[in-house]
Design a protein around this ligand. Structure first.
Ligand SMILES: [Zn+2]
Length: 238
């Protein structure tokens, strides 16, 4: 088992002064919109954020989350962007494709069940690699270029916190996952989430924010998933 264990400590709720100071230090294009322009999502619009993405580390002003209903920063996702074709190929070869069909002539998007794939990926990371510090998932990110909008996401700024200096996840574990999935060609970085990648008024009941999805099975074609649920869960429940 990895020596790295995710911190369970809740980060201190920042004071109003800290929040103002950290947000003021952000580049203008990453700042929240002005109060009368909240529909925009960012001070200069979403497109203006592109030169700042992806990030190696998250700027402190984008981590100013607060318990309660407040203007909260966008969600950033840490990992490797992949096309849908890349993802299905990797998942198929590494045994975590939650397949809707085993017919490989079907287009990639129609072959994959994302809920099952998340679940099986979690088994691979935890049971095969022995890594317990992260809950991986497939998410959508704002596209940097056409066709590349998914990410093998190891953690997000909302749901995961580490006690490392830069608050990035344990790099030893990240390297192990990259090697196993064949993603060593580029470093994992932070990308803007597609659904929640903007400033908005949101209510958080705790920090980190608990993930709101549940493990479900949509389809039953993959060998590890059948009508009785996940076979791997029988020995090692997630
Ligand atoms: Zn399972």
């Amino acid at each position: 088992m990895s020596a790295s264990v995710q911190s369970s400590t809740v980060r201190d709720n920042p004071t109003q002064e800290e929040i103002v100071s950290q947000r003021k230090s952000l580049p203008d294009s990453l700042k929240p919109p002005l109060p009368n322009e909240m529909h925009v999502g960012f001070r200069n619009g979403c497109r203006a954020t592109k030169p700042f993405l992806p990030m190696k580390t998250v700027l402190p002003g984008l981590r100013t989350l607060r318990v309660g209903r407040f203007l909260q920063p966008p969600m950033l996702c840490y990992g490797w962007p992949v096309t849908i074709e890349d993802l299905v190929d990797i998942a198929d070869s590494k045994g975590f494709l939650g397949a809707k069909t085993l017919d490989k002539t079907v287009p990639a998007l129609s072959r994959i069940d994302f809920g099952d794939t998340d679940h099986l990926l979690h088994h691979v990371i935890r049971d095969e690699l022995g890594i317990h510090s992260m809950i991986p998932e497939i998410r959508m990110i704002l596209p940097k270029s056409k066709g590349r909008e998914l990410i093998v996401c190891l953690c997000t700024t909302w749901n995961d916190v580490w006690d490392t200096a830069d608050q990035n996840p344990p790099q030893e574990d990240v390297a192990k996952i990259a090697a196993h999935l064949g993603l060593r060609k580029r470093d994992a970085k932070w990308y803007m989430d597609c659904d929640d990648g903007m400033w908005a008024f949101r209510t958080f009941e705790s920090i980190p924010v608990p993930r709101n999805w549940t493990w479900k099975y949509g389809m039953v074609c993959y060998e590890g998933v059948n009508e009785d649920g996940c076979l791997r869960c029988k020995d090692h429940p997630l």
